[in-house]
Structures are given as C-alpha cells and as structure tokens.
Write a protein that binds this ligand. Structure first.
Ligand code: TRP
Length: 335
C-alpha cells in the first residue's frame, strides 16, 4: 500500500530539550504529511554523539524524543517512528557515502565550522562527516521530501549532490530529495533574549527558550521577561524584532494574522500582550505535556514502539542497501 506513496523523512537529535521553535516550526506540522506520504521520523542518536553526551542523559532523551513525537500528534500506526541506531543501515550507508563525499565540500559546511568553534577540544571525524550520515538517513528510504529548518538547507544540498554524484557513476540509484522549508513565521521562532537569533534548544541562557515541557508558570515567566523595545506599540514594524517574534508565536498558536493581532492589542501595553502570549502558549502545550507524561511513564509501551519502528525501517532500508552494495561491487552477503 505504501509502495506508491512518496516518502518523507526527518530527524531530530536527542540532545537538549525541544523548544516551542521545534514544535511550531516542525513537530506540529509533521502529522499533516502522513495521509499523502510514507513518513519516517527518526530520533538521530548517531548524530548526537558527534558532540560528547552524557550516556544516561542520551538514553533518557532518546525515549523522551520518541514520546514527544507521539505526544505532538504523530500516530505510530501512520508513521514510522524509530531510533537511528536501531537500524544498522544508517551507519552502513553512511560509511559508503563517506567515500563519495569530498573533503572540500565538507569543509564548507557552516554548521561544522560553528560546532568546531564551540567544541574546540573535540573536533572529531564524525562531526566532520556528519552531512554524509544525514545523506544516508535520507537516501536510504528513497526520500522525496525532507521537512527541515533553514539551518539544514546546506546539509540538504550536499545530500542532493551526493545522490547526483552516485547516480552519475552507477546509474539511477537514489531519488534526489527536496527540502521542504516551512516559510511561515512559525518556522523562525527567535530567542526571547536576543530576538535577532533563532531560538535554539542548546542556548545556555534559559530565558532565551521556551521548552515544550516547561510548566505553566515557567512559560508565563519567560514570556514576561522577553526582550522587546522601548516603544509601546504592538505592531510588526522594522526594528521591533522582539515584538514581531511574540506576534509570530501568538499567531502560530492561535491561527491569527499579524493584522488581527495588531487590532486585538491596539492601545494595550506590552505587559498585557506578553501575558496573553504566555497563557496561550501554556494552554496549547498543556495537552502535549499531559500526553507526554502518560507516555513517558510507560517505558514498555515506548519500547514496543521502538521495536515496531525499527523493524519497519530496517525492512524498508534493505532494498536501497542491497542495490547500493551490488552497484559498487561488494560481493553478495552470505545468508
Ligand atoms: N541534522 C539535523 C538537525 O540537526 C537532524 C537530522 C539528521 C536530519 N538526519 C536527518 C534532519 C535527516 C532531516 C533529515 O536538525
């Protein structure tokens, strides 16, 4: 039945607690693809170890990220939800694609340069070849569409280049994937502390991010402290990055346009607006948090989901993998 469906693949690293930026820009929208596409949503733990992780925390976050996928509305019956390291084809194709990825092109990746600066004492080979593993994730399932934030555009480009290069040498093997970049304001939720910078789950300033699992009081307090400007008007004018960001967040949760928001808060102060955004956000997160709490207390259920997702993904991965092995001249694997 899924054989005639096109494929969507996306991945989230189990490093750091996810923010409302991840929720509004990505997770919340993922379920919309599942009618039309065969969807794989992966917890990419192999990518996470390119920077040093605390083992117990990595394990817990892997469960949590899977639980969040479900809590954010992804039906495990309609989507393949799985953990990257449970499907050996990712590492296997990753190695193969390393050999079709150029040192020069990897050197140009801005994320590698940024992360090298941040982790100067651990610039490991995995951090460098990260984009080839990401290409493997995508190409392994003959993916057509990859929903990602615009910070991942360059990685998508390299995945396309690797696929095209490989196809050029061996004939059509991989589908060349397209990025699906969400262009709504919800895709660029900015830091509450520095509204010209994207909200990042790894920000060290806790007041910069609102996390999906923050409790109500914390959410409201963080919005109260959000950096704005010295004016008093709630409108999307240039230079008002903080207010525009709050309007984007409010709009994403309520479905209201900027014009509607401007009208709603005409003549009202920043304090009142911030409180409304905080309460709306907390209200919207409450059901997700309740579902997360229910799921994460049921480890056996999460493990059954892991097993199901891994079996499906593994099964689907074998077609591409055996095709690739044959094309490059590996001998057939003894059964
Ligand atoms: N690199 C992505 C990020 O940090 C995560 C990721 C890994 C991914 N493999 C992927 C995203 C495949 C989309 C498709 O956000």
């Amino acid at each position: 039945m899924y054989k005639d469906k096109k494929v969507v693949f996306s991945g989230i690293q189990p490093s750091g607690s996810l923010t409302i930026g991840n929720y509004l820009g990505a997770l919340k929208n993922f379920s919309a693809f599942s009618e039309e596409y065969r969807c794989y949503y992966c917890v990419v733990d192999e990518h996470a170890i390119t920077v040093r992780q605390n083992p117990a925390e990595l394990r817990r976050r892997t469960y949590d990220t899977l639980a969040l996928y479900v809590a954010c509305g992804l039906d495990p019956e309609k989507n393949v939800l799985f953990v990257q390291s449970h499907v050996s084809g990712h590492a296997e194709l990753g190695w193969i694609l390393d050999c079709y990825t150029m040192f020069g092109e990897l050197s140009r990746m801005t994320q590698f340069k940024d992360k090298s600066k941040k982790n100067a004492d651990n610039i490991n080979a995995g951090l460098f070849t990260y984009p080839a593993l990401m290409a493997a994730d995508i190409l392994l399932y003959q993916t057509e569409l990859v929903p990602v934030g615009d910070d991942q555009k360059q990685h998508l480009e390299i995945a396309r280049d690797i696929a095209t290069r490989f196809n050029g040498i061996y004939g059509d093997t991989f589908i060349v994937p397209d990025a699906f970049i969400n262009k709504t304001p919800a895709a660029r939720i900015m830091s509450l502390a520095e509204p010209t910078k994207k909200m990042s789950k790894s920000d060290e300033n806790e007041n910069a991010t609102v996390r999906i699992l923050d409790d109500r009081d914390t959410v409201i307090r963080k919005f109260k402290r959000a950096v704005t400007d010295s004016e008093s008007e709630i409108c999307a004018r240039e230079g008002k990055d903080g207010i525009i960001n709050l309007m984007s967040i409010y709009g994403a949760f309520t479905g209201k346009s900027f014009e509607e928001i401007e009208r709603e808060f005409d003549g009202k102060g920043y304090g009142e607006f911030k409180l409304a955004v905080g309460e709306t956000c907390a209200d919207a997160l409450a059901p997700v948090q309740a579902e997360f709490k229910r799921l994460s207390s049921d480890k056996a259920y999460l493990e059954s989901l892991m097993a199901k997702g891994a079996a499906e993904a593994h099964h689907d991965s074998l077609r591409t993998l055996s095709k690739v092995r044959r094309k490059i001249g590996f001998t057939e694997r003894p059964r």
